[in-house]
Design a protein around this ligand. Structure first.
Ligand SMILES: [Cu+2]
Length: 935
C-alpha cells in the first residue's frame, strides 16, 4: 500500500518497531498510515509473546526458572515489505505484487537454574502467537545484559561483607557504596557459561550527588544470575622512576583468582572526597563559588502553523509504522524513499546504529578489560531516556513510545523515547548578484530530526537522524555525560589518562560506532564505488600534459568483492553507493548516494589482535561491504555477532567473517557498514559533566537528482526576526529588544560591527573637527596678522599724506608704479584686487562652507597684496618688511602661510605666530619679525 503523496510530500520512511506497527498518530502534517506489520500495540504484544513462551516451556524439564532478556520483532523479508509498500526494486520499475507478511517475534531468555540461554521464535496467526522454534544457545552465548541485571549489580556489591570492609578501611560506610554494573569485557578466568559482570565501585556521600567524583580503588566481578560477588580485583599503581612510570606489580596480565589485596603491592587509596556536583541546588551547597549564570534571555521555538509542511514545499515525514524503537538499536529507520517530482525513488531499506565499542587505553589489569559494547551488550534502546518537552526538545514535538521486556516477561515502556521535530539549521543555499542593483536569494535549511538520548551509566549518547530538503540524510552522534574515572594515588604518574580533578583519573578511550546501511538506491541492486582524488599521474610540471602542474583528477574503483576498505587521507578517499542501472543525464555517472565520513573518521588504537579487536572486528576499517543474506531470523545485522556479552573471539556470524566470504557485491543486494568514532583524550573541561561533542556521517545524493532538488524551497522572511540591539537607553547601555530571537542572534556580529563603526565614525569626526579648528585658527591668525600689518602700514601713510596735504605726489622709484594715492585707494569696483584693505577681499568665514563653488584663490590674493605693498614701499622709498617670513625667503615675496599649508599640511612653517589658546594671544608676539619703518 503506497502512502498518498502530494508534491509537498518528499521524504517517506518507516520507523520500524519491535512488535507494534500501526499507531494512529497525527501531529501537524505527519501523515499516519497503517503499518506494514498490522498488529496491536507493543505492550500487549510483548506481554502476550512472553506468556506464550512461559506456557510453552512449562512442559520442558530443563527449563524451570526464566529470566526474559529480549523480546522483539524479526524483520519480515525485504522483498515482501517493499511489495507491500509499493516500492519498486529497479529504477522506474513497477513494484512487485504484495504477498502476505507473517509477523514473527523472537525471545532470548536465560534459564536460571542451569544458567543456559535460549532463543525462541514465534509467529502470529489469527491474532495468536505460536512457538515455531526453541533453541538452546551454544554454550557460552550470552544474550545482552538487562537493565535489571545492571541495577541488581549494585545491590549485590553493597551487600557483600568483604566489599563493605574494604570500603570501611578507606572511610566509606556500607550505605555510601555505589557501583555501575558493566559488561565484563574480556576475562577468561571465568567460564563463558557463567553470566558475569564487572562492577566499577564509587562512594556517594549525599543523595543525588555526583558519585563519579569518588572512585574506589577496587573493581569487583559478580555472577548476574546468582547475584554473588566472585572476585575483587585491585588495580596496581604507578610510581615515577628514572626510567619512567613503573607499575607496582610485575605485569599487566590478570592476577590469580582470589588473590588478596597484598598482591597489588601498593597502599590503599581513599576515594577523593571533594564534591563535583552537576545539579544546581547541590552545586549551590557544595561550591561556595557557585553562582548561576545570569543574563540568558528566553529563546522560544515557535511554529504557529504546525510542523513539517513549510510554505508548501519542504520535508515530509511519513511516519507510518510508529513504534520506531528496537531494544538493541534504539531508532531503526526503514524504507526511506524520496519523491522526485512524482517518482517514488527508494534510497535506504534500513538505517541503524548496529554496534559500538568503547576501548579504554590503560593496560594494567583490570582496566584492560574495560571496553563496553554499549549497543550489543546492553541495548541502546533499553538504555534510552524518557525525554522531556521543553528541556530535551524545543518546538512542536511528536514523541513516540518504546517498549521492551522486563526479566519477568512484563513490559517496560519508555513514554517519550523518540522525538520527532523540525529545526532551522541555518542557510540551505544562497546567492547574491554582487553588481549594483543585483538581487539575492536565501533559502533556509529546515531539517526533520528523529532523535533519542541514551544513558550508559556515566555517559550519554544523543542520536539525531536528520533529513534535509536537498535529499541528504545525516546521522549526528552527540556525546556528553560524565567520564568513566578511576582513583589515582597522590602524585601517581598517569601515562594513559588525565587527572580531570585531583586524584580523579579519566582514562584515554575511543568511542567506535558501526552504522549499518542497507541501501536501495533506485532499487535493490547496488554497488559501492571508491573514489580517490589524485594528481595527474606521469605529468610533471612543465610537461606537455600538465605545463602548470595543477592537474588533478579522480579515479573510480568499483568494490567487487565482499571486504573492507581503509581510509586514505592522501587521496581524500570517498565512497558512494551506486545503481548501475540508471545513469545521470548530464554527468553520465551511475546514480548514487555518497557516504560522508569526514565528520567521524578515526583510526583504531587498540592492536588488531587485542582482546578488544578480537571481539570488535568492525573497528579495523571504516568501510565494509557485504552481501545481504536473509535467514530465518532476518538479515545479517550485528557487526560483532548477535550475542556479544562475554564473547572472546570473532563470532562466525559477524561482519569480519562475512567480509571474508568472497561474495560478489557488484549490482547486488548489499549492506554497507561505516565505522566512525572519536578518540577521547579527556580534558579537565570535560569534568564534571562533558560539554557535548558531535560526530556527523552524511548520505548525500550524487548524480542522483538532475540538479539541486531543493531549488523549489521558497525563501522566507521570518516576521519574528528583529534587530538584536536598539540604539541604547539614556545611560548609553545597549538594550536588548523584548522580541529578541534567533534571527537577531545570528546577526549579532554584524550588528556589533555596525554599531562599533558608527560610534567610531562619530567620535573620530568630533576629534577631527577639534583638530581642524585649532589648525585653522593658527593659520588664520598668521594670515590676518600679516594682512593687519599691511593695512596698518597703508593707514599710517594715508594719514601722513592727508596731514601733509599731498594728493598725487609720485615718488617713483619703481618703474611703472602707481601714484601713492592710487595705491592707497580702495578700488571698490574690483574688491578682489583690493590690496591694502584686505578685510574687503579676504573672506572671514570658511569659503568651503560659505560657498562650495567659490573660486577664491587665497595664495593669489596674498601675492597681489604683497606686490602692492612692495610697490607702495618703493613709491614711498621705504624698505618693505614682508610679514610672511623672517628669513631670506620672505624677500622673494612668495612665501605665504596658505602656500605653506598647502605644501605641508599640519606643519606651521610660516612666520612666527602668537600662540593660541593660552590666554595670552595677541600679546606675546614674537619680536623676531622686526618692523622697520623709515620716513
Ligand atoms: Cu569519551
Amino acid at each position: 500500500m503506497s502512502a498518498p503523496r502530494t508534491r509537498n510530500c518528499y521524504w517517506s520512511l518507516n520507523l520500524c518497531g519491535e512488535l507494534d506497527s500501526r499507531t494512529e498518530a497525527s501531529v501537524g502534517s505527519f501523515d499516519a498510515r497503517r503499518g506494514i506489520y498490522a498488529a496491536p500495540n507493543p505492550e500487549m504484544q510483548i506481554a502476550a509473546v512472553c506468556l506464550v513462551v512461559r506456557h510453552h516451556t512449562t512442559s520442558i524439564p530443563d527449563i524451570t526458572a526464566l529470566k526474559f532478556i529480549t523480546c522483539g520483532l524479526i524483520p519480515p523479508p525485504k522483498r515482501a515489505v517493499l511489495a507491500h509498500l509499493g516500492i519498486p526494486l529497479t529504477p522506474g520499475g513497477k513494484p512487485e505484487p504484495a504477498t502476505p507478511i507473517i509477523r514473527q517475534a523472537e525471545v532470548d531468555f536465560v534459564e536460571l537454574v542451569k544458567g543456559q540461554s535460549y532463543n525462541t521464535v514465534l509467529s502470529l496467526a489469527d491474532g495468536a502467537w505460536n512457538v515455531d522454534t526453541l533453541d538452546l544457545l551454544p554454550e557460552g552465548s550470552q544474550p545482552q545484559i538487562s537493565v535489571e541485571e545492571l541495577v541488581a549489580a549494585e545491590k549485590t556489591i553493597k551487600a557483600d561483607k568483604r566489599i563493605q570492609e574494604l570500603a570501611k578501611a578507606v572511610g566509606v560506610e556500607p550505605e555510601q557504596i555505589v557501583c555501575d554494573g558493566w559488561s565484563i569485557g574480556y576475562d577468561d578466568r571465568f567460564p563463558q557459561q557463567r553470566r558475569v559482570q564487572q562492577a566499577l565501585i564509587f562512594a556517594r556521600f549525599g543523595e543525588h550527588e555526583n558519585l563519579y567524583a569518588h572512585p574506589m580503588d577496587f573493581i569487583a566481578v559478580l555472577d548476574s544470575n546468582a547475584e554473588t560477588v566472585l572476585q575483587i580485583d585491585f588495580p596496581p599503581t604507578r610510581k615515577s622512576t628514572p626510567n619512567g612510570p613503573a607499575l607496582s606489580v610485575s605485569t599487566t596480565a590478570p592476577g590469580a583468582l582470589g588473590a588478596e589485596f597484598a598482591a597489588a603491592n601498593r597502599d590503599r587509596i581513599p576515594p577523593p572526597k571533594k564534591p563535583f556536583d552537576f545539579l544546581p541546588d547541590l552545586m549551590a551547597k557544595s561550591d561556595p563559588d557557585y553562582k548561576p549564570r545570569e543574563g540568558l534571555k528566553p529563546l522560544h521555538v515557535v511554529q504557529p502553523e504546525g510542523v513539517i509542511v513549510h510554505q508548501g514545499a519542504t520535508i515530509y515525514a511519513d511516519a507510518g509504522d510508529l513504534a520506531a524503537f528496537t531494544h538493541r538499536e534504539g531508532i531503526a529507520l526503514s524504507t526511506i524513499t524520496y519523491n522526485d517530482n512524482g517518482e517514488i525513488r527508494p534510497l535506504f531499506y534500513r538505517l541503524s546504529l548496529a554496534e559500538m565499542v568503547v576501548p579504554y587505553g590503560a593496560p594494567e589489569f583490570p582496566h584492560s578489560r574495560k571496553f563496553a559494547f554499549d549497543s550489543g551488550e546492553y541495548g541502546m534502546g533499553t538504555m534510552a531516556n524518557e525525554l522531556s518537552l521543553g528541556c530535551d526538545c524545543l518546538g512542536q514535538i511528536h514523541y513516540l513510545p518504546g517498549s521492551y521486556v522486563a526479566n519477568d516477561g512484563s513490559v517496560i515502556t519508555i513514554k517519550n523515547v523518540i522525538c520527532i521535530h523540525e529545526e532551522d539549521n541555518g542557510v540551505l543555499w544562497k546567492h547574491t548578484d554582487y553588481r549594483p542593483g543585483g538581487r539575492s536569494q536565501t533559502v533556509r535549511r529546515r531539517r526533520l530530526v528523529i532523535s533519542m538520548v541514551c544513558t550508559l551509566a556515566n555517559y550519554e549518547y544523543i542520536w539525531n537522524y536528520h533529513f534535509y530538503q536537498d535529499g541528504s540524510i545525516e546521522l549526528e552522534t552527540r556525546l556528553t555525560g560524565i567520564l568513566q574515572v578511576y582513583v589515582g594515588a597522590d602524585g601517581e604518574p598517569n601515562p594513559h589518562g588525565t587527572y580531570v580533578a585531583p586524584n580523579v583519573n579519566a582514562h584515554y578511550h575511543q568511542h567506535m560506532f558501526s552504522l549499518r546501511i542497507d541501501p536501495m538506491i533506485d532499487g535493490l541492486q547496488n554497488s559501492v564505488m571508491e573514489t580517490d582524488v589524485m594528481r595527474m599521474p606521469d605529468a610533471p610540471t612543465g610537461s606537455v600534459q600538465n605545463f602548470a602542474g595543477n592537474a588533478f583528477m579522480t579515479k573510480d574503483s568499483l568494490i567487487k568483492q565482499e571486504g573492507s576498505r581503509q581510509y586514505d587521507l592522501s587521496t581524500d578517499r570517498r565512497w558512494r553507493i551506486v545503481n548501475s542501472a540508471r545513469k545521470h543525464y548530464s554527468s553520465g555517472a551511475n546514480v548514487g548516494y555518497s557516504i560522508g565520513v569526514k565528520g567521524g573518521m578515526v583510526p583504531s588504537f587498540v592492536r588488531e589482535d587485542s582482546w578488544c579487536a578480537r571481539r570488535s572486528g568492525f573497528i579495523k576499517a571504516p568501510l565494509w561491504v557485504v552481501r545481504d543474506v536473509e535467514g530465518p531470523k532476518g538479515s545479517r545485522m550485528w557487526p560483532s555477532g548477535k550475542y556479544v556479552p562475554q564473547s572472546r573471539t570473532t563470532p562466525e556470524d559477524s561482519l569480519e567473517k562475512w567480509s571474508t566470504g568472497g561474495g560478489k557485491v557488484e549490482d547486488e543486494d548489499i549492506l554497507v557498514y561505516v565505522t566512525f568514532g572519536t578518540t577521547h583524550i579527556p580534558r579537565p573541561e570535560d569534568w564534571p559533566v562533558m560539554p557535548v561533542e558531535h560526530l556527523n556521517i552524511t548520505l548525500k545524493p550524487q548524480s542522483f537528482f538532475t540538479k539541486n532538488p531543493s531549488m523549489d524551497v521558497q525563501g522566507s522572511k521570518d516576521t519574528h526576526s528583529v534587530a538584536a540591539f536598539t540604539n541604547g537607553d539614556a545611560a548609553g547601555t545597549v538594550i536588548m529588544s523584548d522580541a529578541f530571537d534567533l534571527e537577531a542572534l545570528v546577526h549579532v556580529e554584524q550588528d556589533f560591527y555596525d554599531s562599533g563603526y558608527k560610534d567610531g565614525h562619530d567620535h573620530g569626526r568630533i576629534h577631527g573637527l577639534i583638530e581642524g579648528r585649532a589648525l585653522g585658527r593658527e593659520k588664520g591668525f598668521e594670515m590676518w596678522e600679516e594682512l593687519g600689518f599691511y593695512q596698518g602700514f597703508a593707514m599710517m601713510w594715508q594719514s601722513i599724506y592727508t596731514l601733509q596735504g599731498r594728493t598725487d605726489e609720485c615718488v617713483v622709484s619703481v618703474k611703472g608704479a602707481a601714484p601713492v594715492t592710487e595705491l592707497l585707494r580702495q578700488p571698490r569696483d574690483a574688491p578682489h584686487q583690493a590690496p591694502l584693505e584686505p578685510h574687503c577681499a579676504v573672506p572671514r568665514v570658511n569659503p568651503s562652507s560659505a560657498d562650495a563653488s567659490s573660486e577664491l584663490d587665497i595664495p593669489k590674493l596674498f601675492r597681489q597684496i604683497r606686490s602692492r605693498y612692495k610697490a607702495l614701499c618703493a613709491t614711498l622709498g621705504v624698505r618693505p618688511s614682508l610679514r610672511a617670513s623672517t628669513d631670506g625667503e620672505a624677500a622673494e615675496g612668495d612665501a605665504s602661510p596658505t602656500g605653506d599649508m598647502e605644501k605641508s599640511p599640519g606643519k606651521s612653517s610660516g612666520g612666527p605666530v602668537w600662540s593660541v589658546g593660552d590666554g595670552t594671544a595677541g600679546r606675546s608676539r614674537s619680536s623676531s619679525a622686526g618692523v622697520e619703518i623709515s620716513f
